[in-house]
Design a binder for this molecule. Structure first.
Ligand SMILES: Nc1ncnc2c1ncn2[C@@H]1O[C@H](COP(=O)(O)OP(=O)(O)O)[C@@H](O)[C@H]1O
Ligand SMILES: [Mg+2]
Length: 337
């Protein structure tokens, strides 16, 4: 493959089920393929794999399970061609990864193989929840997309997913440092008296007393770049819910999330699902597809940028001006952050 894609592996997570992660993965894949890119979709939802159904494949001939149980030697032998030109699919299996309980190193090996597949883009459709397997897949992927809808529970789970991913990444970084691990554990749970209550407080605490640890936290933070997609938007106001997640992520996690795109609610999507016909999704000039196409162009642009630190130490330590809270009346009852 001639062209170099710098960010090739993208994970689509979000914590909650039924919010459109699989639809989004498929829509983004179709759109990238329309831009002339070779795409492989991997159904990493190892408990509720159904990406193949959305693509009209009723009985997957091989799945990730065959690879994980060593019935198939090479990951590329799992790729099944689909009716959508330019898109290959690796089907998911039941929770064999959970049952196999792979070590962190084994997971990284699997991810490296996924990233090494012969394609311009590899998209990982993650399942619901915040199991370590999903968080490790997400953290390893340089392209990190979190999906949400404007529903309170979806916003809550999206934030929970991002928070869990960040704390998982920090815990990996300090896996041999019991003091740091204990502090991170307390921070991620219910912060008690004297425990830092945010990443900024943690950095302030570490800065002078523990410069080595401080530098490592800064480095982890600098490369944690998360994009947000709001799905099933019905009114213009629905799209504003992204601001809520952006604000809590900024205040508590020191993460500056960017909105990658907003996808309207579109009855054609439901019809495509019920017809298990991806062409229905791709051929109709529908609203959702137009949004996926726009997002694909953005993904293409972002994927070409070199991977450099995303935020600087100064930005992380910056005192943030208190801003007018985004929470409108309907969101003001949110107390779950
Ligand atoms: N943009 C959209 N417009 C209308 N319906 C949607 C949209 N995105 C998802 N859906 C509906 O939501 C259902 C769940 O989507 P799915 O991708 O399977 O969720 P997840 O993978 O997050 O569990 C789909 O079957 C579809 O009917
Ligand atoms: Mg799904």
């Amino acid at each position: 493959m001639q062209e170099i894609t710098r960010i090739k592996l993208w994970s689509i997570g979000g914590g909650k089920g039924g919010i459109g992660k699989s639809i989004f993965t498929l829509g983004l894949g179709i759109s990238l393929s329309r831009l002339g890119k070779k795409v492989i979709l991997i159904d990493a939802d190892l408990g509720g794999a159904n990406l193949h159904t959305l693509m009209g494949v009723h009985y997957p001939p091989v799945t990730l399970e065959d690879f994980l149980l060593k019935r198939v030697e090479r990951l590329e032998d799992l790729i099944i061609p689909t009716e959508v030109e330019g898109i290959g699919l690796i089907c998911g299996a039941d929770d064999v990864l959970g049952a196999a309980n792979p070590t962190f190193a084994q997971k990284i090996r699997l991810l490296k193989q996924m990233e090494g597949l012969d394609a311009h883009f590899v998209l990982l459709d993650l399942g619901a929840g915040t199991s370590f397997n999903f968080l490790d897949f997400f953290n390893y992927s340089p392209g990190k997309i979190v999906l949400t809808t404007n529903q309170a529970t979806s916003l809550q789970n999206a934030y929970g997913f991002i928070k869990s991913a960040l704390y998982r990444q920090l815990s990996r970084e300090f896996s041999r440092d019991n003091d740091m691990l204990e502090m991170l554990f307390m921070m991620a749970g219910k912060p008690e008296y004297e425990t830092p209550r945010s990443i900024r407080e943690l950095l302030a605490y570490l800065k002078d007393a523990f410069p080595g640890e401080y530098a490592r936290v800064v480095r982890v933070m600098a490369y944690m770049r998360v994009w947000l997609v709001v799905n099933m938007i019905k009114t213009h106001r629905d799209g504003n819910c992204a601001r809520i997640i952006q604000e809590v992520c900024r205040d508590f996690l020191s993460l500056q999330l960017e909105v990658l795109g907003r996808v309207p609610y579109d009855s054609a999507v439901e019809a495509a699902v019920n017809n298990t016909n991806p062409f229905f999704l791709s051929q109709k000039k529908n609203k959702a597809m137009a949004a996926f196409q726009e997002i694909a162009e953005r993904v293409l642009k972002e994927s070409r940028l070199p991977r450099t630190a995303w935020v600087t130490e100064e930005e992380l330590m910056e005192e943030k001006e208190p801003q007018e809270p985004a929470a409108t009346a309907e969101y003001s009852s949110y107390y779950f952050w």
